[in-house]
Design a binder for this molecule. Structure first.
Ligand code: KG4
Ligand code: ZN
Length: 348
């Protein structure tokens, strides 16, 4: 049995978690996790301010670590591996997690391991009671990424399609900003959409019939802006309708392309991960479409859809278990603000 501490600090959430890696080959178990969201702090600026994010990670990471250890009733010296998010993300924010992880490792003479943030999201459904089995198609929808992937096992990722411009979360956030909603816009926009008519406005579904599995969301915010300008003073009255129409456009493209990916690969299993995976309409439509086709859908637990430390500790544990990554004691950390997920694919 090994105890793995995971630290996430790539953006505006500080997450720390402790995972137990059993020796019998069974799935790693989450013992405790703690999260501090900086959303309130960044809200005043309408988005994440990288420098403020870094400074706040510094303030939160050690108290959170103490809290998690206490919750799990584990001593610092019991930790076997310290895992941290190595990228992608904000450079300064990543350096906080990497620096703290390496300092902890050096002080405890324990090895450290850098984790890919998106692999964390991708493997986060393995933390839920209804864990998936390999292989599956994954729809990874976060604030910075939108990708369809074929996942044949831990470290075996093939990108089937991805956004050529904005991510789905970005489309939610930017459209929400145009509607005057607070940051982060995704949850706010979907809340407002509950009171609106999704058919009220005709908005573009970019690349819907492109024949490939790529996405494009940059044009959508322009269309939302055009509609908002056209409405002028009436925007206040029609805001919920515009929010509902925007959400419907994003979700329709995500659902159609995901179904195409399932059909193309012939897979019977789908994993949805990343912040936008918390979206209710997306879940409803995917569940319905997949039920009709006999496809099983797996999500991370709702509170583990957005950034957290549990997924980082879990990804580290699964990589170690698969024999694909060995924690080391060089402590010569470097972070990777840009880091394509398929670059960490393990050769067969
Ligand atoms: O995965 P995540 O926490 O951070 C990144 O790695 O980017 O995703 C954050 C994104 C934001 O764009 C946020 O607006 C979006 O996920 N999001 C949602 C919902 N909850 C979070 N978008 C739509 N509906 C939601 N319920
Ligand atoms: Zn994320």
């Amino acid at each position: 049995m090994q105890l793995i501490l995971g630290i996430e600090s790539s953006c505006d959430e500080t997450g720390v978690a402790l995972v137990r890696l059993p020796t019998d080959g069974s799935l790693p178990q989450l013992l405790a996790h703690g999260l501090y969201s900086q959303i309130e702090m960044h809200r005043a600026y309408g988005g994440v301010v990288p420098e403020l994010a870094s400074r706040d990670h510094i303030r939160r990471v050690l108290p959170l670590t103490r809290q998690v250890l206490q919750q799990a009733d584990v001593a610092l010296s019991d930790i076997d591996v310290v895992a941290f998010t190595r990228g992608p993300g904000l450079a300064g924010a990543l350096l906080v997690g990497a620096g703290v992880a390496c300092a902890l490792g050096a002080a405890l003479s324990k090895p450290v391991l850098g984790v890919h943030h998106l692999e964390g999201h991708l493997l986060s459904p393995f933390l839920s009671a209804d864990a998936p089995e390999f292989p599956f198609v994954a729809l990874l929808v976060s604030g910075g990424h939108t990708q369809l992937m074929r996942v044949d096992g831990v470290g075996r990722y093939t990108i089937l399609g991805e956004t050529i411009d904005d991510a789905a979360g970005e489309a939610f956030d930017k459209s929400a900003k145009l509607l005057g909603l607070p940051y982060p816009g995704g949850p706010e926009l979907s809340k407002l959409a509950l009171d609106g008519d999704p058919k009220a406005f005709k908005l573009p579904r970019p690349l819907l019939h492109s024949g490939d599995l790529d996405f494009s969301f940059a044009g959508l915010k322009t269309a939302v802006l055009t509609q908002a300008n056209k409405l002028g003073a009436d925007l206040e009255l029609r805001k919920a309708d515009l929010a509902a129409s925007t959400q419907a456009a994003i979700v329709e493209v995500l659902v159609k392309k995901t179904l195409a990916a399932l059909q193309q690969t012939g897979m019977q299993r789908l994993v949805v991960a990343g912040g936008v995976g918390a979206n209710r309409l997306l879940r409803e439509q995917l569940n319905q479409a997949c039920a009709q086709r006999g496809i099983r859908v797996h999500y991370p637990e709702l509170h583990l859809c957005t950034d957290n430390g549990a997924m980082i500790a879990m990804a580290a544990a699964m990589r170690i278990q698969a024999g694909q990554q060995t924690p080391d004691t060089r402590y010569a950390f470097d972070v990777k603000p840009r880091w394509p997920l398929d670059s960490i694919t393990v050769e067969r």
